[in-house]
Write a protein that binds this ligand. Structure first.
Ligand SMILES: [Zn+2]
Length: 441
């Protein structure tokens, strides 16, 4: 490696080893007050206390006083819904019909798909999110636009073409055969190319017929190492319709179970209205419940029962679900998650929140061998955070006396303004965006 390519990032380094069991669980994380993360070739080469002599031959980027944490991970997001955020509707199914299914039809146009993909990744970078699991639309060109844009930025992403063959406008429907054929072509084109991972993506049981479910099952059999992503038990009206459409199965999750779509790489958005049996199936199959707090509150779906799922031994991720979700910010998402659990009489401490949006989500996505921690050998996806980002936060910080309270302030009041820099594979991306915007102004 060229020595000029090696950079030393100086700052307060925080990285988790495991899920914290309370605020006094110091073994669950590593924190270095004056730390250095040495990056090169897209990887983390070394982590430790900052040493001026050792750093001297290299470029040092000084983030002293700021927190350096692993890049934030969002395991459930809809890239075509950037222009749907904050659309007013009474219920999930009305919201889908009135806004989302209308907006998604525009992705038949390559130019639109390309423009929105670019805006989508810009927004992720501004918010410190370095990895997502994303739904594209039914159109293969939306998937091409998504992965092409991710590759241009060298981002580790999971994504897939939505499969849907009923209960949606004709312009948004594929068929069991075309959904299968197009998914195969996209898998062959994109999966494993650079940092791209393909996810088999039947939108949800309501928009896939049994014949399409069989085709999704066939894809999962053909490509057993792929992620699978879908939605389950989000909203009571949706649950009732799903069960009506598959009357001979025990429950909503039972539909995906019947078609062998559950397993350790299956990401299930929402999981709010689970029966006891569904909780057990979720845990037994090692499938992942993906909690989307801002979306669940916005659409009025319900309050996620974190402790119940944890007691069942189920795996849990946490995500934005933009555009049902109202913010790209994982800080804001976990801040809202705290409030949801308060209403449930459950606790979510700030260490656990930071664990969840880094190593926790990396584990939920089975990507923890590459991302989610700051350790030598891992990919150099990092975020630099400033708890003094706004005048109000700076004033509050004057009296904050612990790391946990600083993290909690970031979750409660922070958003993209608290993200100083986002490094993707060692490259500074957020400042590059700002420079580009200034150049254009
Ligand atoms: Zn969703």
């Amino acid at each position: 490696m060229d020595a000029a390519e090696v950079k030393v990032l100086r700052g307060r380094v925080l990285s988790f080893r495991d899920a914290p069991q309370g605020l006094d669980d110091a073994r669950s994380y590593r924190y270095i007050e004056d730390g250095a993360v040495v990056v090169g070739g897209g990887r983390i080469l070394m982590v430790g206390p900052f040493d001026a002599r050792a750093a001297a031959p290299h470029e040092v980027i000084d983030h002293s006083g700021k927190l350096i944490v692993p890049g934030l991970i969002d395991p459930h997001i809809h890239f075509p819904q950037v222009q749907v955020i904050g659309s007013y509707a009474a219920s999930l199914l009305e919201w889908l019909d009135t806004y989302t299914f209308v907006e998604e039809q525009r992705f038949a146009d390559d130019a639109h798909a390309t423009r929105i993909a670019s805006a989508f990744f810009d927004e992720l970078v501004r918010n410190g999110t370095t990895t997502v699991a994303a739904y594209c639309t039914v159109h293969p060109q939306s998937v091409d636009a998504f992965f092409a844009e991710a590759a241009r930025r060298d981002m580790l992403v999971v994504g897939g073409k939505v499969m849907m063959d009923r209960n949606a406008p004709a312009a948004l429907c594929d068929t069991p055969q075309s959904g299968y054929d197009e998914s195969r072509r996209l898998i062959e084109t994109w999966h494993g190319r650079g940092r791209a991972h393909y996810a088999i993506t039947p939108r949800f049981a309501i928009t896939s017929s049994p014949a399409q479910m069989e085709m999704a099952e066939a894809l999962a059999r053909d490509y057993p190492d792929l992620h699978i992503q879908t939605h389950v038990d989000e909203n009571l009206e949706e649950v009732a319709l799903a069960r009506e459409l598959y009357p001979n199965l025990p429950d909503y999750l039972g539909i995906y179970e019947r078609y062998h779509l559950l397993g350790p790489k299956t990401l299930l958005g929402h999981c709010i209205h689970l029966t006891h049996r569904e909780c057990e199936v979720l845990a037994e199959t090692r499938s992942v419940a993906v909690w989307c707090p801002t979306s669940n509150r916005f659409i009025g779906s319900g309050l996620f029962d974190h402790d119940r799922l944890e007691a069942h031994g189920a795996r849990i991720g946490v995500a934005t679900d933009v555009g049902g979700g109202t913010s790209f910010s994982m800080l804001r998402t976990l801040g809202e998650g705290y409030k949801v659990l308060q209403l449930r009489g459950q606790r979510l401490d700030p260490l656990r929140s930071f664990y969840m949006m880094t190593l926790g989500n990396a584990r939920a996505m089975s990507l923890d061998a590459r991302i989610g921690t700051i350790e030598a050998g891992k990919d150099a996806d990092l975020v630099v955070l400033d708890a003094r980002a706004t005048p109000q936060m700076a004033l509050r910080m004057e009296v904050v006396d612990s790391l946990a309270n600083e993290l909690f302030l970031l979750l409660t009041c922070g958003d993209d303004r608290a993200v100083v820099e986002t490094y993707v594979a060692g490259q500074a991306m957020k400042s590059a965006l700002q420079q580009q915007a200034e150049g254009e102004a």
